[in-house]
Structure formats: structure tokens, C-alpha cells
Design a protein around this ligand. Structure first.
Ligand code: DX5
Ligand code: ZN
Length: 218
């Protein structure tokens, strides 16, 4: 079954609690939280305070995507704030294995994410250690960008490694996912779809989620 993780980056921040309830009632599986620091990506969004504030308003897991430099310094804060999954970028982790262990030691599921220009091979050694792999299908920083088709090969490659090594991590995609591109991702082997603008920019969020799911045949 395909999972849907609406990204609150495209939600109405003045009504965040209501927005989250709306997608939870509409069939979302995770709430995707985009944390940006203005260094790793050219945008600044939210921090642990917001994660802590939204934790009590939803029963869904908080899927926290850290687009920040030096994630080790902030992992304990996000874990304490209520993150269920913490995903770090391979590009900023000099000691990726240590960072993944730090996430797990904080009692949170560990994910690793690669940008569109980062080869899949860079995360091959860490695959047995992670709960989730996120393949960026746009360059991170903003919602509403166009899907980069060349990322599909990497999704296929990572899905093939997962099968070969008999691993159980979830394979998530993020960026430009809508009812047209979702099927490409699922056919390539993804099982969790992050969708920001394709869900929150529609007035009927349940319908938006159902549209994506029916496009992939779920
Ligand atoms: C991009 C973020 C995404 C973003 C996706 O840097 O990581 O999660 O919210 O937005 P859409 O689905 O609109 O491309
Ligand atoms: Zn994201």
C-alpha cells in the first residue's frame, strides 16, 4: 500500500493545527515536516518548537526532513520535540553512520536523504542501518517545483538493492509529486510519497489524496 506524507510546507501556517487535522482526516499516513536552515538550502522554515506544538494535534507519525547543516547538534532537540522519523542529508554528514546511530540512540527512526545530483552509491553502505531512504525528486528548498525525471533511475537502483539485500527500509520520494508523477515513482519502487502543493494547494484535501492514490492504483 502506498503511503502519503503531505508536506506542511505548503499549508496555511496561521492555521497549522486545522491544516494537519484536515489531511489526517483526508487519509494521510505521515505528516512531513520540512526543516530548513538558510545554509544547506536557500530558505528558512521551522524548528523544534513547531514540531513540539503540532505533536499533540495529530496521531500520525511526524516525518521530519532535516535540510540543515550539522544535524548532529539538533537531533536530540527534534527527538524530544516529538519527531517519529528524522531524515538527514547524506551531503552534510561527514560521519553518516555516527549520525544514524545518534538518531536511533534518541529513540527515533532514522532516515537518509540524497539530492537529485547525489549518486545512489553514496548511501549503499548505510542501507542496512536505516528505516527510511528519501530520494529528492527536486532540489530541496521550496515547494511547488517540477519533478526531475532522472531521479527515477536512482529510485529503481535503491529498490533493487533493497530486494537483493532483503532489507525493510521504506523508500520515500519528495518534490514535484502529483497525480501524474506519482505513478512513475511507485513503478520505480517507491512506497511513500511526499506531496506538498499537490495536497495543500487544493481546497478538498481528501480528494487530492485520493486522486494521487487512484493514479497509482491504490
Ligand atoms: C522541498 C521539500 C518538500 C516540499 C515538496 O525542499 O523537501 O517536502 O515541501 O513540495 P511539493 O510537493 O510542492 O514539490
Ligand atoms: Zn521534504
Amino acid at each position: 500500500m502506498t503511503k502519503i506524507a503531505p508536506s506542511i510546507l505548503s499549508a496555511d501556517f496561521a492555521n497549522l493545527g486545522k491544516e494537519i487535522a484536515d489531511v489526517e482526516n483526508g487519509g494521510a499516513d505521515y505528516i512531513h515536516v520540512d526543516v530548513m536552515d538558510g545554509h544547506f538550502v536557500p530558505n528558512i522554515t521551522i524548528g523544534p518548537l513547531i514540531v513540539e506544538a503540532i505533536k499533540p494535534v495529530t496521531s500520525l507519525p511526524l516525518d521530519v526532513h532535516l535540510m540543515i547543516e550539522n544535524p548532529d547538534a539538533y537531533i536530540p532537540m527534534f527527538a524530544n520535540a516529538g519527531a517519529s522519523i528524522l531524515t538527514v542529508h547524506q551531503e552534510v554528514c561527514t560521519h553518516l553512520h555516527r549520525t544514524v546511530k545518534l538518531i536511533k540512540d534518541n529513540g527515533v527512526k532514522a532516515g537518509v536523504v540524497i539530492n537529485p545530483a547525489t549518486p545512489a552509491e553514496t548511501i549503499l553502505p548505510i542501507l542496512p542501518e536505516v528505516d527510511l531512504v528519501l530520494v529528492m525528486t527536486v532540489n530541496p528548498g521550496f515547494g511547488g517545483q517540477s519533478f526531475i525525471q532522472s531521479t527515477l533511475k536512482k529510485i529503481e537502483q535503491i529498490a533493487a538493492w533493497r530486494k537483493e539485500m532483503n532489507l525493510k527500509f521504506e523508500l520515500e520520494v519528495d518534490g514535484g509529486v502529483n497525480k501524474d508523477t506519482a505513478k512513475l515513482c511507485i513503478d520505480a519502487g517507491a512506497d511513500v510519497l511526499v506531496a506538498g502543493s499537490a495536497v495543500f494547494n487544493k481546497t478538498d484535501r481528501r480528494h487530492a489524496i485520493e486522486d494521487i492514490l487512484s493514479a497509482v492504483g491504490d
